[in-house]
Design a binder for this molecule. Structure first.
Ligand code: SAM
Length: 292
């Protein structure tokens, strides 16, 4: 088995001093297959350097001496508890408050006023799902966008379900603490929608009135989902880019089954349906309506 060209040693905190973080082609294939099987994420060949860096964190955390040793460990039965850590290490969690602003404008101005009016008359439910919520910026932006329409009424049962496969990032989302500068940088018209508390040291914490609207749960999109729906809105943004066509198509079918007729699905800016779907109609930039 030929060893890939030795990588330049990564600086701390990623690699243990002296750890060999080179990755053979065979180990890269093994890791790619494992990550695909566990999370549906396709690691493309050109991502090898990034993968090596991410595995190096696990090498360090486990006190191993090389990526090769880590891969050998993953092949043993004792490695079952390491699999979530591997997935946490390889996920890309980039996100931002009010990222792809047009979705939040659509939700706040077109969707929520109508839903609240419709549901309040029969004390109904409104359910929104943030299906790959990363560190929480997306569900908190959803909460902020919905507060106006909800007002102080208690005749609507409103909840946001926020899920992600990555348990580390989910813990951060649930804590709801962010650098204050992220909020300072928000456009002037959306900043007042956020309800915050001071957390000290240049940080802010999402206020209880925002946090209690959200339930955070670990959920792997390629596994069975425990929820019965229906959802009025599903955000599934910037995660399809990591999946292949087959995985996307199967998840989309399951979204459609959970979406209420007239409900909306928001995808990420570079994402589209793998093929036209009989029950999804494009009504705006990456906004799909569930048809009856
Ligand atoms: C780039 S972030 C997108 C965050 C947010 N939706 C946004 O658009 O700003 C992608 C997220 O998808 C999550 N993810 C990747 N594979 C997943 C899977 N199989 N099931 C659930 N979440 C997954 C990652 O952990 C990561 O937090």
């Amino acid at each position: 088995m030929s060893r890939a060209t030795a990588a330049p040693a990564l600086s701390a905190p990623f690699a243990a001093p002296g750890a060999d973080i080179s990755l053979t082609r065979e180990d890269m294939k093994f890791i790619s297959a494992l990550v695909y099987e566990q999370a549906g994420i396709v690691i493309r060949e050109h991502k090898e350097a990034m993968t090596r860096g991410r595995l190096a964190r696990r090498v360090k955390a486990l006190g191993l001496s090389s990526v090769a040793e880590y891969c050998a460990f993953l092949k043993t039965p004792q490695a079952a508890s390491e699999l979530p850590e591997l997935i946490n290490a390889v996920t890309t969690n980039h996100t931002a408050f009010f990222r792809e602003r047009h979705h939040f404008d659509h939700l706040r101005k077109d969707v929520m006023p109508r839903l609240v009016q419709e549901r309040s008359s029969r004390r109904g439910r409104i359910r929104i799902w943030s299906a790959a919520c990363s560190s929480g910026e997306e569900p908190y932006s959803i909460a902020a966008s919905c507060r106006e329409a909800l007002g102080h009424r208690n005749d609507v049962d409103f909840k946001i379900l926020a899920t992600d496969i990555d348990t580390d990032i989910l813990a951060r989302a649930e804590a709801g603490i962010y650098p204050a500068e992220l909020i300072d940088r928000l456009p002037a018209d959306v900043k007042p929608l956020m309800k915050l508390e001071g957390a000290g040291r240049g940080e802010v914490r999402m206020a209880d009135e925002m946090r209690r609207l959200i339930a955070f749960k670990r959920l792997n999109l390629i596994e069975k989902w425990p929820m019965g729906g229906p959802f009025d809105v599903i955000f599934c943004r910037n995660v399809f880019i990591y999946f292949d066509t087959q995985t996307k198509a199967s998840i989309l079918d399951r979204f459609v089954a959970l979406l209420a007729p007239g409900g909306f699905l928001y995808l990420g800016h570079s994402e589209s349906l793998p093929q036209p779907h009989a029950n999804l109609r494009l009504i705006g930039r990456t906004i799909y309506e569930r048809t009856p």
